[in-house]
Design a protein around this ligand. Sequence first.
Ligand SMILES: NC(=O)c1ccc[n+]([C@@H]2O[C@H](COP(=O)([O-])OP(=O)(O)OC[C@H]3O[C@@H](n4cnc5c(N)ncnc54)[C@H](O)[C@@H]3O)[C@@H](O)[C@H]2O)c1
Length: 274
Amino acid sequence: MAIKDVSEKTVQQLISLQGKVAVITGGARGIGLGVARRFAEVGATVVIADLRQSDADEAADSISKAFGGRAFGVTVDVTDEASVVALADTAVRELGRLDIWVNNAGIFPGAVTTDLLTADWDTVQGVNLRGTFIGCREAARRMIAQEPKGGVIINVASVRGIRGGPNLAAYTASKHGVVGLTKALGIELGQHDIRVLGLAPTGVDTPGAAARTANATGAELERVTAKRKSIAASLPLGRTGTADDIARVALFCASDMSILMTGSTLLVDAGGLA
Ligand SMILES: NC(=O)c1ccc[n+]([C@@H]2O[C@H](COP(=O)([O-])OP(=O)(O)OC[C@H]3O[C@@H](n4cnc5c(N)ncnc54)[C@H](O)[C@@H]3O)[C@@H](O)[C@H]2O)c1
C-alpha cells in the first residue's frame, strides 16, 4: 500500500501534530528540548525522555505551561535496552499510541585518536549508534502493531555523519552509522507507513556543546576554542545553529509536509557542506 497523498490539505492541516504522540530522547535540554517545544506548539503530546527524572519533569512542566498541551517526563538511558523498551511501553500504555519517535540523545567527546581509549569509543557508539538503533526498533515495533499503523522516526545525526574532521573519530563513525541506519530503515519500514528521516546539524549552541569547551584541556581546549571562533565565519549563512533552527526542520520531518520523504538525512548546516 502506498503512503497517502495529502495534496488537498492546507498548510495549517499539514503542519499540525494535533492528536499525535511524540517521544524525544535527550529531550530535557538542547536540541531535544527545542524539538519538543515546537512539536507541542502544534498540538502533539510530548514525552520528554532523559537520564534524570527531575530534568525530564522540569522540561515537561515548562512545555505544558507554555503551550497548554500534555507533556510528560520519563527516565531513559538509551544505552540500556530494557529502559528504552519500558519508555516505548509507557508511551503506548499511557497515551494510546506512538506517532513520532526522535532519537536525539547523543554525546560528543573529542579526543586525538592516538589517545582515544577503546572504552571511550564504545561509550560513544553505545549512546549515539546502538541507542539510536534500539530506539528505532522499539518505535517501529509499536508503530507496526498499532491501528492505524505507521509513524515517523527522526534520527539526529550531524554534519559529522556526512563529512569527517579531526579528533572526533568515534563521534564521526557513530553519526555516519546513524545516517546509514536511517537509509536502511527508510527502505525497510516504508511498507508499514513508517518514514525514517535524519537531521545533520552544523554546530549548535547547546548545554552539551558548552560543556565540551568547559571540559576540554590543553591542546583539545585550544582546538575547540579556535574551531568555535572560526566555524561561524566560515559558514555561508554566517552563523551556527540554535536549537530551534534544528527543531523547525524536525517539525517539517515529523509532519505531513514531508510525507514523500524517507531514508534521507537533511542538512541543517548553514550551507557548510555545499
Ligand atoms: N550541539 C551541536 O553542536 C550538535 C551538532 C550536531 C549534532 N548534534 C546532535 O544533537 C543531539 C543533541 O545534542 P545537544 O547539543 O542538544 O546535546 P546536550 O548535551 O545539550 O543535550 C543532550 C541531552 O541528551 C541526554 N542524554 C545523554 N545521554 C543520554 C542517554 N544515554 N540516555 C538518555 N538521554 C541521554 C542528556 O542528558 C541531555 O539532556 C546529539 O545527538 C548530538 O550529537 C549536536
